[in-house]
Design a binder for this molecule. Sequence first.
Ligand code: ATP
Ligand code: MG
Length: 269
Amino acid sequence: MENKTTVLTLCSIKGGVGKTITAIEIAKCLAAAGKKVLQADCDLNNSLSGYHLDEPMMEKTKKLNFAAALGDEDNNLCDFAVPTNTPGIDLIASSPYLSDLRTVSEKRLKRMIPSLYGKYDILIIDCHPTYDNIVLNALHAADYAITPVLKDLFSYNAAVFLSQVIPRDVEGFENWFILLNGYEKRYEESKSGRQNDFVDLYRNSGLPLTPASTWLPWTSGIYQIIDYRKKLCGAKNVPGAVCNEALYSAVTELAGCFFDEALDIPEAF
Ligand SMILES: Nc1ncnc2c1ncn2[C@@H]1O[C@H](COP(=O)(O)OP(=O)(O)OP(=O)(O)O)[C@@H](O)[C@H]1O
Ligand SMILES: [Mg+2]
């Protein structure tokens, strides 16, 4: 039997919380560990496509993109994937015609996922910051969904909103989690303070936080990694890579959550 493809959705109604950087870092980590990774860019703002593709490949996405893929339920999703600059990662790109999907059934993507079986180990979907039927397609198709949050009230309000609508709209879905982005270890010991207040707020509200080992630190290294496409390394310094032990450890922990077996993750990815 063909191996199933795990589907991970990154979503939030709040913008700028780290959906795209999380999608990129998990994908890079898993691809470096030998997994076959497909990403889907469901954001009209096409950050993920812009990160992954150079101009000639971007040209191809005028035909091969997420809107075209979902245009016909009989499509094979693999036919709409293009290779990215990162070995092991393919992408179904964004499109200006994503808005044409406004009337598509919320479960169409879910029904199309089996076309990926045997070809990709994981599909990572990066959503735009809203709650509409494209996001609902990504949620219905998902095995796991993650909402990154910053340490601010607007992120918290967005998480509360999703905690109410996801159980209402996606029956039986239990794998929605909240990922703290911007966690700083140095405040861990303080008895009070903004960071601990927010952690307590999530815990006391019963919102499903991921384990603390996966919380992403706030670091200027992200700009080096994303804007200058540098690799990330952890404790062991790898020449040319951005060395950030906390980020490396959080990303590898998070990436490991989606597979039963231990991953063989290199020192830099
Ligand atoms: N942990 C972090 N450390 C430093 N910068 C970060 C971190 N997380 C996110 N950022 C920065 O915040 C900005 C927003 O991140 P990102 O684009 O991933 O958010 P998003 O949720 O995908 O936004 P949108 O909703 O607009 O798609 C980016 O400029 C990114 O570099
Ligand atoms: Mg984004």
